[in-house]
Design a protein around this ligand. Sequence first.
Ligand code: KG4
Ligand code: ZN
Length: 338
Amino acid sequence: MMKILGIETSCDECSAAVVEDGRTILSNEVATQIELHKPYNGVVPEIASRLHTEWISEVVNRALDAAGVSLDDISGIAVTNRPGLVGSLLVGLNFAKALAYSRDIPFVGIDHIRAHLYAPHLEFDITYPFLGVLVSGGHTVISKVTGFDEMEVMGTTIDDAIGEAFDKIAKHYQMGFPGGVVVDRLAQKGDPDTYRFPDPSLHKGDHQFDVSYSGLKTAVINQSDQFYSGSGEKSLENIAASFQKAAVEILMKRIRKALETTGLTRVVAGGGVAANSLLRSELKSLDAEVIFPSLKLCTDNGAMIAGIGYQYLKAGKRDSYDLQAFPRVEAFKRSYPV
Ligand code: KG4
Ligand code: ZN
C-alpha cells in the first residue's frame, strides 16, 4: 500500500490530498480562492500566489488529518509543477520540496494536463486507449491517450481555451464569476437559437482537429452594441445559451471527427469545462463509451495529482530538488497531420 500526498497550487485552488495506490481517495481538501478574486472578475496572479503562501501549510495538514495519517505514513509526494501561474506553482512546489527533503520522502513533479485526464481513474475502471478531451480555463486538448503518461495530441486551441471564452464573456456581460458556472446556469433558461455565432473553419491540414475560441468570443462580445442599444434582444440568458451552444458544437465536431479517424470507442473528459451541463449531455449522446469525473474531480484538485503521482513513483520516477516550475508545457507531439 502506497499513500501519496498530492499538492496542487497551479491557479486559484489551494489543494492537497492523500490517495492510496493511485485509486482510493483518503482525503481531498480544496480551498478555493474564488470569493477573493470575485471583485476583480478574474484570477489576479499576485493575490493567488500570496493566498497559496498563507494557506498551503494548513491545507496540507487538513488533508493529512482527514485521511487519518501522518507524514510517517506517506510514501511519496506529488506536486503540480507545470503548466500554470508561475508564482502560484512555485508555492506548492517549494512546499513539497521542503517537506520531501525534511522527511527524505521521494517526490515527483506533475503535468497538470495529464493529471486532469487521470482524474476519472479515481472513480472508474478505465482501459486504454481512449480519446482524451481536456477542457479547462487554460487548455483545450483533444488527444489519443494510450497510457497515464502517453498521449498524442490531435488537436488543440490555436488561440483561447474554451474555459477562457466562458470566463471572458461572463466578465464582459457582468454575469458574475467564475464565468463557466454562471454561463451554464443562465443558459439553462435561455433560447440557444437566438443568435447564430460562427465556427471558424480550421478543417484542413494539420489543423483539422484544432479549435479556435477567440473569434467566437469576439462575436459574442460584439453583440453587446445591439444588446445595450435596446434595439435588439436584451436577455443575458439568451446570449449565454447561444454562446454555449456554439462553444460546445465547435468542440463536438472535432470530437466526432477524431473518433471516426482513430476508430476509438471510448472518450474520457476532464478539466473544469467538463462540468458543463450541455457538454456532458452532448458527450453522452455520442456513439461511444463516455466517462467524465464527478464535478469535484473536474476542477483543480490534489487527488488527481496524488493519483497520477503514484503511477510515476511506482514506475521509479524521482525528481531532484532543483526541479523548476514552468508556466507552459513543451509543444505536444502531433500525430494526425493530413
Ligand atoms: O480545470 P480548471 O479548474 O482550471 C484550469 O486548469 O484551468 O478549470 C477552470 C475553468 C474555468 O474557465 C471555468 O469557468 C470553467 O472551468 N468551468 C466551466 C464550468 N465549471 C467550470 N465552464 C463551463 N461550464 C461549467 N459548468
Ligand atoms: Zn486545471
